[in-house]
Design a protein around this ligand. Structure first.
Ligand SMILES: [Zn+2]
Length: 196
């Protein structure tokens, strides 16, 4: 069975630049997007696999750095003139879903960190899969990437599904007081590299 089916391919002018947007239906039941700048075929493509975060991406939440990372990645591929941002639906809250993520926020308001707030709910700390992201990159003709991420697990996930990762490019976004504890936990407990 095909992992992904390409559905639409259109021009998308944004505040970050003028891109091409390609939509996919995937076997995971979600609809995903690839935001493309220039020619994505070949090697060493600047890329990000962005996990959907409604609160960060759409609402400007300061509890996490997702919105800043998305904007940074879109600007980076626009500046480079070539690159891909894969926008992964269903990756909300590291895969636990939007409603559970907000429940985890409630528990964090009570003093738990982002890891314990998942485990006390009986939920995985990270349930994200990267087969679909790799299939989307493959469909676009991407052979290898310079991956914009602070999370080595993402790189491993892509490699497991056939995308070569030439380098991990740290995403440096401004630290805010509201997200400091969350970012520190990602470094201390989830193996993220500190972007300095
Ligand atoms: Zn977020």
């Amino acid at each position: 069975m095909m992992l992904v089916e390409r559905v639409g391919d259109a021009r998308l002018p944004t505040v970050h630049g003028e891109f091409r947007v390609v939509s996919y239906r995937a076997h995971d039941g979600h609809e995903h997007l690839a935001i493309v700048e220039g020619d994505p075929t070949g090697t060493s493509v600047l890329a990000r696999v962005h996990s959907e975060c409604m609160t960060g991406d759409a609402l400007g939440s300061l509890k996490c750095d997702c919105g800043d990372q998305l904007a940074h990645a879109l600007r980076a591929i626009a500046v480079e003139g070539r690159g891909v941002v894969v926008y992964m639906r269903g990756h909300e809250g590291r895969g636990i879903g939007l409603a559970n993520k907000i429940k985890a926020y409630e528990l964090q308001d009570g003093g738990l960190d982002t890891v314990d707030a998942n485990t006390v709910q009986g939920l995985p700390v990270d349930a994200r899969q990267y087969d679909v992201a790799a299939a989307i990159l493959g469909d676009l003709g991407v052979e290898s990437v310079r991956l914009m991420s602070n999370n080595p697990v993402k790189a491993t996930g892509l490699v497991e599904h056939g995308i070569v990762v030439d380098a991990l490019v740290p995403l440096v976004v401004p630290s805010r007081p509201e997200s400091e504890h969350y970012l520190r936990t990602k470094i201390d407990r989830l193996g993220h590299v500190a972007a300095t």
